[in-house]
Ligand binder design. Structure first.
Ligand code: UD1
Ligand code: M6R
Length: 371
């Protein structure tokens, strides 16, 4: 039921304040003074000791689910102190890459039924790893065949383009990071900041959704473009990949998400006064590096659209020439949840304006033709 919305993708983008609340419900524990205290993940609590002892955590998924894991990787590394590596499910299976008994393999999947991810699960399981699922679908193959896991509880996602599952997956993996960390004195301040950030997140997502009209106006400007680049780094490398995936998947426009640190190593050659480029430059430890990326793109007359924190317009727009999208600032590791929203809205409006099917992109029909 789409309610008052025209498309499921639109409905699912706009219900993210509620889906995030459902994801967190009952899992954030308040302390004595009513302050945030800790997380409780029923599905993991008996396995935390084993996970803490593992030599490596391997995230495995496809498409948007892989991107969500990539967004959560920095906070998991920081809070657990365990090396975290990334695997696209099909690539792990193609390579038969090394997976050991001392590994914790985390399978991220909205549907819980993706064939590539299931094959990787069978492979990791045969190699003796502890297999953990993060899925939206109770009773799915991944939920059934993992040793333990966490349901993201985002509610059914109908649109082929994954939106609310992405943000709920990131939130669950941030909670998993907190659970693995446990509460030591040394990490208490950081943990409190992340937990406070989680409590506040649904309201901040509601604020960022107010960009809807602004993103529609931007979509009008980009409607006839051939291509859109998206540059991000650090916590928001994943945002660049995921924003570009949404644009290509539903708006059928070529788009590439790129690591800004790689700009000089090839992509810079593409920059001219015609190609639109989104740069994600919200406040975090990488901010000044992104400022210099913007300067270098500007020096080559790049057509820049900059996503920045509220109040930062003047710091990210050389000569006032960039188009600016200001978003609310949250704790750095949760900023990807905020930053993806304007890009989801952009992909949605581009698709409608270009006259394509929002909820069932043409690639399904195309695949039948190819077969
Ligand atoms: C569970 C109940 C929830 C109830 C809550 C009350 C279910 C599905 N969830 O939620 O309805 O309100 O207790 O305390 O009944 N699992 C996997 N692989 C996965 C995902 C989950 O093995 O990919 C396992 C978990 O390890 C756990 C079970 O499935 O044993 C349920 O997981 P989850 O729904 O996340 O647990 P709770 O949040 O405790
Ligand atoms: O159900 P899953 O999360 O396992 O699906 C993985 C990908 O197929 C999926 O995320 C795909 O990339 C989305 N359609 C992107 O919007």
């Amino acid at each position: 039921n789409k309610g008052s919305y025209e498309h499921y993708m639109q409905k699912e983008i706009h219900e993210q304040p509620e889906s995030l609340k459902t994801t967190m419900r009952g899992r954030l524990i308040r302390g004595g003074s009513c302050k945030a205290k800790s997380v409780l993940l029923g599905g993991l609590k008996d396995h935390l000791k084993t996970i803490r002892r593992s030599r490596r955590i391997v995230f495995i998924g496809c498409g948007t689910s892989y991107n969500a894991a990539l967004a959560a990787r920095p906070i998991l590394e920081e809070l657990s102190g365990i090396p975290v590596t990334m695997e696209i499910a099909s690539d792990l299976v193609d390579r038969q890459g090394p997976i050991y008994r001392e590994d914790t393999a985390v399978f991220v999947s909205q549907s819980g039924e993706t064939a590539d991810t299931l094959q990787a699960l069978q492979y990791a399981s045969e190699n003796g790893a502890l297999c953990v699922g993060i899925t939206n679908t109770v009773g799915s193959a991944i939920a059934r065949n993992t040793h333990c896991g966490v349901h993201i509880n985002a509610g059914a996602e109908i649109g082929v383009a994954s939106t609310k599952a992405y943000t709920s997956q990131i939130v669950v993996m941030a909670m998993v990071s907190l659970a693995i960390a446990g509460d030591t004195i040394s990490n208490q301040e950081r943990r409190d900041a992340v937990i406070d950030g989680l409590y506040d997140l649904p309201n901040k997502v509601r604020d960022v959704l107010e960009l809807d009209q602004e993103m529609k106006e931007l979509a009008k400007l980009l409607i006839a473009e051939q291509s859109l680049l998206v540059f991000g780094r650090g916590y928001n490398y994943a945002t660049a990949l995921e924003g570009a995936l949404k644009v290509k998947e539903v708006a059928l426009m070529h788009s590439e998400g790129m690591l800004a640190g790689e700009m000089k190593h090839g992509p810079l050659a593409l920059v001219d006064e015609n190609l639109p480029i989104v740069v994600i430059a919200t406040r975090d430890a990488c901010f000044s590096k992104q400022q210099s990326v913007i300067q270098q793109l500007h020096a080559r007359k790049g057509r820049l659209i900059v996503i920045c924190s509220k109040g930062d317009a003047a710091s990210v727009s050389p000569g006032g020439l960039c188009r600016i999208i200001e978003v609310p600032q949250v704790v750095d590791c949760l900023q990807p949840v905020i930053n993806i929203v304007p890009l989801q809205l952009l992909a949605y409006h581009l698709t409608v304006l270009r006259g394509y099917n929002v909820d069932q992109p043409r690639n399904l029909a195309k695949r039948e033709l190819l077969n």
